[in-house]
Design a protein around this ligand. Structure first.
Ligand SMILES: Cc1cc2nc3c(=O)[nH]c(=O)nc-3n(C[C@H](O)[C@H](O)[C@H](O)COP(=O)(O)OP(=O)(O)OC[C@H]3O[C@@H](n4cnc5c(N)ncnc54)[C@H](O)[C@@H]3O)c2cc1C
Length: 497
């Protein structure tokens, strides 16, 4: 009897960040007859752009590709602050009427697929009341991002408990954190470190960037002069696609050149750094990584703000290992001591797949690490489930929106043919397994064992190339032998099951 009264929707989206809001907009646009709901564990729309509140939080890929293609980013500003991105996501949700489908405080913890019923039974916990909520859906769309909201990554630093100052992880920066007039040490060399440091330097006594090893850091203009020029002469509907494609191509060209011609790219980056940093600056020690460009994500600094802060003497860079924290700061392997009133651990995220949702299919647990990913969005052996994932070398939205488009096309195909179930199956023995992501960044390598695998060839491999990927995904035949479709089991079979 309980089963009969359980609320059912055609599509259940998990997560109300950039991807979940985009997925819902696409669903309304392309499959308007479908009922859907969005379950969101937090109390706000926006995911990453609502959670992260550290000073200076901003995009590091351009807004013309980070925005949704169906809601163009206008103006010339390509790199913008987190608040503007959050506002953009919220406004999109409102304008497209998807905000009223969001149920906040619902953390999805488990989902069980029944082939007999052709539906997911989804269990969510109410974060505010502790209640357990059950819903069922025909299709589950995980838009849960890629990292743990509950904890960031902090290595085990010896003696950290002795430190008398404040230790803050950027993921949990609250309104009460005050760095004004303080000597701040920021541990890390990644995107978050290079973002937070120039902003902290505006009010801190001094900021030291303490890194074990350097990353590639390149300055890029915060505004896009070509966007400005085109906007002046063309209506947005013509100007925007041109700017978007220019930026897609530019990002791919930089990535492609880096992979094919690493020594040339390294020379080019060094040439730029020599012009950005003070004369005689030790670029080899502080800004020459041991890996090749794009083995790990490149860090972007808009208008070279980090370099300006170094030139102004407000920021210094130290490349060394931490021996131990002391009461007054950090002691380094070289024997030097960094005095600090505050330490910011910009040491990374903890990656998790599919929002930590435990999946079961017909009574058996799904081991994500054993599954292969179909076109970067579906999982072998797991029916009627997709997950949104962006690219690592371009704006996230390019990948997540392509996924949403394809999910809508898949739903349309299933409806047209009366299919109730779609399950990817790899029947090609020539497909070798490769890691889900190719980058060698610490936070990715640490998590790869928990993630599903990619295959060595199409359709099991998502190229980190939006141009190629969008072509192959949009042209992909739905009657792909790698997709097994089934009609609903007859009612009698369902009752017997
Ligand atoms: C500091 C920072 C800067 C970044 N800058 C850029 C950038 O410039 N360009 C770029 O392309 N990408 C950037 N990224 C990557 C960024 O995460 C993506 O841009 C994008 O915001 C991801 O959107 P999403 O909706 O897929 O995931 P998220 O933004 O992570 O949103 C996921 C949502 O799902 C919810 N959720 C998760 N699990 C569950 C569950 N089990 N039940 C219910 N709800 C759940 C979360 O609460 C959250 O609201 C950045 C990331 C960080 C951390």
């Amino acid at each position: 009897m309980q089963e009969m009264s359980r609320e059912h929707v055609d599509v259940l989206i998990v997560g109300a960040g950039l991807s979940g809001v985009g997925a819902a907009c696409r669903l309304r646009e392309r499959r308007p007859g479908k009922t859907f709901a969005i379950l969101e564990s937090r109390d706000a729309i926006g995911g990453t752009w609502d959670l992260f509140r550290f000073p200076g939080i901003r995009s590091d890929s351009d807004m013309f590709t980070l925005c949704y293609p169906f809601r163009p980013w206008t103006g010339t500003q390509a790199i913008v602050d987190g608040a503007s991105i959050l506002d953009y996501v919220r406004q999109t949700a409102r304008e497209h009427g998807v905000d009223r489908h969001i149920r906040f405080h619902h953390r999805v913890v488990a989902a069980e697929w029944s082939s007999a019923d052709a539906r997911w039974d989804v269990r969510a916990e109410r974060v505010d009341t502790g209640e357990t909520v059950h819903l069922s859906c025909g299709f589950l769309f995980s838009c849960t991002g890629y990292y743990d909201y509950a904890e960031g990554y902090t290595p085990d630093f010896t003696g950290i408990e002795r430190f008398g100052g404040e230790v803050v992880h950027p993921q949990f920066w609250g309104d009460d954190v005050d760095h004004a007039g303080k000597r701040v040490v920021v541990i890390g060399s990644g995107a978050t470190a290079v973002t937070v440091i120039p902003a902290l330097a505006e009010r801190a006594a001094h900021v030291t960037m303490l890194q074990r090893s350097p990353s590639y850091v390149i300055p890029l203009p915060a505004s896009d002069p070509i966007a400005g020029l085109l906007e002046r002469f063309l209506p947005t509907r013509y100007a925007y696609p041109i700017v978007r494609w220019k930026n897609v191509r530019l990002a791919l060209a930089i990535y492609g050149l880096s992979r094919r011609w690493p020594s040339g790219m390294k020379r080019l980056i060094r040439w730029i750094l020599e012009r950005s940093l003070p004369p005689g600056y030790d670029i080899d020690r502080h800004f020459s990584p041991r890996y090749e460009p794009w083995d790990q994500r490149m860090c972007v600094v808009p208008d070279g703000d980090l370099f300006a802060a170094i030139r102004g003497g407000r920021v210094s860079v130290v490349t060394d290992r931490i021996e131990t924290f002391t009461e007054t700061g950090v002691e380094l392997a070289s024997g030097a001591h960094l005095d600090a009133d505050m330490v910011v651990t910009a040491t990374g995220l903890k990656m998790v797949p599919l929002g930590k949702i435990a999946l079961r299919v017909d009574g058996a647990d799904v081991a994500l690490a054993d599954a292969l990913v179909y076109r970067g969005m579906l999982l072998t052996g797991v029916p009627n489930l997709a997950f949104a994932f962006g690219y690592t070398n371009q704006s996230w939205t390019l990948g997540s929106d392509l996924t949403s488009e394809h999910v809508c096309a898949l739903l349309e195909h299933m409806d047209r043919h009366g299919y109730a179930q779609c399950t990817p199956r790899n029947r090609d023995p020539a497909v070798a397994e490769v890691p889900f992501a190719e980058l060698t960044s610490g936070y990715i390598v640490r998590a790869l064992d928990a993630f599903p695998r990619q295959g060595s060839k199409d359709p099991w491999r998502r190229p980190q190339n939006y141009v190629r990927d969008s072509r192959s995904v949009r042209r992909a035949p739905m009657d792909d032998p790698a997709l097994e479709f089934a009609r609903a089991a007859p009612a009698a079979a369902r009752i017997a099951a």
